[in-house]
Design a protein around this ligand. Structure first.
Ligand code: TSX
Ligand code: MN
Length: 600
């Protein structure tokens, strides 16, 4: 056979995997448009995809109801020791897990094609980029990888005959018997056979049994966060769960902001924000992941390792995010959303009533106000090219990356946390990131709606090693000689009055907070020192329509009693979760905060 590479180690690995999984055929992906259309035809012919008459070059997929999200309880960090995975990750001994998974992989691609996907996370040739090779039996994965990463021949060229790559093995885990087909159904395995496994020392990813999102598109959460976070620790850089945006002032000066928020805080909306303040421009560099390295000038440079958006559909509308809506006008894969009679998509919160009779994400007839459940699954998604986003920054693919001026943390917090406050130092910023949390809005299994779920740096599900060591890594980076560290801010768009009224209009009006942060980075706006950090001086943030001076005072005041409860919760319930390896420096910041609050 004529292979598109002479990389011996890669060819041997592909052969070994094919021998284990016994696919009917092996295909090397070239990343071409023709290949994408061939995959689309396979999906359409098998009945698992539906064409959308209203959106050029776009398809709808419906998954099985038991394969709709990342499976955190089946996600493993199989490091050599349990301590290296840490108390907040699932751990299995790597030898044992490999034995278990090899038994599952045996013959698992029977009746299917094994696709070899060479992909680059980050612009090909950038110093910050990394190459992965995903083996998969899912045409859906091939198509999504085409949009979310850079795929194909040019990646193999960059890899050469002995370049480094991260092997990513994936199977939906549903072999086909002779003459059997998927019958138009999304293939996957039962929950107890699903495994999303990471072998951090080997830089290796094995995924089995799920075809959905982060379980199957292995470049994203598995490589770009879990494995990359380990490499970043070892090599002195950062792999973070952060959007990257570019903000340009009326004077034409640009600054770059990276921001981490737990899920359901509108990260994609912030990345694509349309400012309400005249003359200011916000552009998108990335909406989910930032890889950041210090340059020889000491500045922290960030790239977006992805090439597309795998965004949550419900709630996305022309009001909440017009740039996302235009990103999905064409060339888009929709998963688990509603289908209209005229061949368009619809979801809850799209901004207009469902037009007539729909087919819901389960494939059943659905009518608004009449049918049970929702038309779209709450985790229904769009996969869209970054290059189709109207707000994408012209330099979003710069191989050097963009210099980060500010890092933002945030969460959905109806009380206590002010609209914005600023860290006094990098270490203090690390402390702020370590206490990030968000109000629980949808009923989870064991926790109450309205309580705070902590998700430090929004990395709890995505750090590939011990979170205590991860906090240490943040502190260590601040001590590198010659570095010019970004300023760190904590923002909260979600403050409410006691009567439930939103105190802050959010969305495009958040540009007023970004303007303030921009001015802070220029050393301009005035601040007031408080027990929690620096708060904007009066008048430094302009008032949106409907926000009074009194509202702004409320948004920016330090709620001493609320913060005391916050400290108590962190001390009793949050920090103890990280055990022995939690840095003493962070406990010291907690003690200092408490004594400052007691003196206030
Ligand atoms: O994404 C959001 N952002 C960030 C936008 C750049 N959302 C949606 C969160 C769910 C994903 C928000 N919701 C934001 C916000 O800033 N703020 C809110 C809360 C809110 C909701 C509705 C209103 C105001 C605030 N409506 C009116 O005031 C009329
Ligand atoms: Mn994410």
């Amino acid at each position: 056979m004529n292979l598109p590479t002479n990389h011996k180690k890669l060819i041997e690995w592909v052969n070994e995997c094919a021998a284990l999984m016994t696919p009917d055929a092996v295909e090397w992906c070239d990343g071409s448009e023709a290949e994408y259309q061939r995959m689309a035809k396979v999906a359409l012919d098998s009945g698992v995809a539906i064409p959308l008459k209203k959106r050029p070059n776009s398809l709808l997929f419906r998954s099985q109801p038991n394969d709709v999200a990342r499976v955190e309880n089946r996600t493993y960090i199989a490091s050599k020791t349990k301590d290296d995975a840490g108390p907040t990750n699932n751990w299995i001994d790597p030898v044992e897990l490999k034995t278990t998974m090899k038994a599952l992989y045996k013959g698992c691609m029977k009746g299917r094609t094994l696709y070899v996907i060479p992909f680059s996370m980050g612009p090909i040739g950038s110093d910050i980029s990394k190459i992965g090779i995903e083996l998969t039996d899912s045409p859906y994965v091939v198509m999504n990888m085409h949009i979310m990463t850079r795929v194909g021949t040019k990646v193999l060229e960059a890899l050469g005959s002995d370049g480094e790559y991260i092997p990513c093995l994936h199977s939906v885990g549903q072999p086909l018997e002779e003459g059997e087909s998927d019958n138009g159904l999304w293939p996957c395995a039962e929950l107890d056979k699903k495994y999303i496994a990471h072998f951090p020392e080997e830089r290796l990813i094995w995924s089995f049994g799920s075809g959905y999102g982060g379980n199957a598109l292995l470049g994203k959460k598995c490589l770009a966060l879990r494995i990359a976070s380990v490499q970043a620790r070892d090599e002195g850089w950062m792999a973070e769960h952060m959007l990257i945006l570019k903000i340009t002032s009326p004077e034409g000066v640009s600054k770059y902001v990276a921001a981490a928020f737990p899920s359901a805080c509108g990260k994609t909306n912030l990345a694509m924000l349309v400012p309400t303040i005249p003359g200011w421009k916000v552009e998108t560099v990335g909406d989910d992941i930032a890889w950041m390295k210090f340059g020889s000038d000491g500045k922290l440079y960030a790239i977006n390792p992805e090439a597309g958006f795998f965004g949550v559909a419900p709630g996305t509308s022309m009001d909440s995010n017009p740039n996302a809506m235009h990103s999905v006008d064409k060339d888009t894969i929709f998963t688990n959303v509603g289908l209209t009679e005229d061949g368009d998509i619809w979801w809850e919160g799209i901004g207009y009533p469902a037009p007539g009779k729909l087919i819901d994400w389960k494939g059943n007839e659905w009518e608004q106000g009449k049918s049970e459940g929702t038309a779209a699954h709450p985790n229904g998604r769009f996969t869209a090219k970054a290059s189709n986003c109207p707000s994408i920054a012209s330099n979003w693919e710069d191989p050097k990356g963009v210099p980060i001026d500010a890092i933002l943390f945030g969460g959905r917090r109806p009380s206590t946390i002010p609209l914005v406050h600023e860290a006094e130092s990098w270490e203090h910023g690390t402390f702020m990131g370590s206490i990030v949390g968000s109000e629980i809005t949808a009923a989870a299994l064991d926790l109450k709606v309205g309580s705070v779920r902590r998700d430090p740096m929004a990395m709890l599900p995505f750090c590939g090693y011990n979170m205590g060591d991860y906090f240490h890594h943040w502190i260590n980076l601040g001590q590198k000689p010659g570095v010019q560290l970004p300023k760190v801010f904590f923002v909260n768009w979600f403050r409410k009055m006691a009567d439930g009224r939103w105190l802050w209009p959010g969305f495009g009006e958040n540009s007023r907070v970004l303007e303030y942060i921009f001015h802070r980075c220029e050393g301009k706006a005035k601040t007031v020192d408080t027990p929690i950090g620096k708060i904007p001086a009066k008048g430094e943030i302009s008032l949106p329509k409907g926000v009074s001076e009194a509202d702004m005072d409320e948004l920016l005041k330090v709620d001493v009693e609320g913060w005391k409860k916050e400290v108590a919760d962190i001390r009793a319930n949050h920090y103890p979760k990280f055990g022995e390896r939690m840095p003493k420096e962070l406990w010291a910041f907690l003690d200092r905060l408490e004594s400052r609050l007691n003196q206030a």
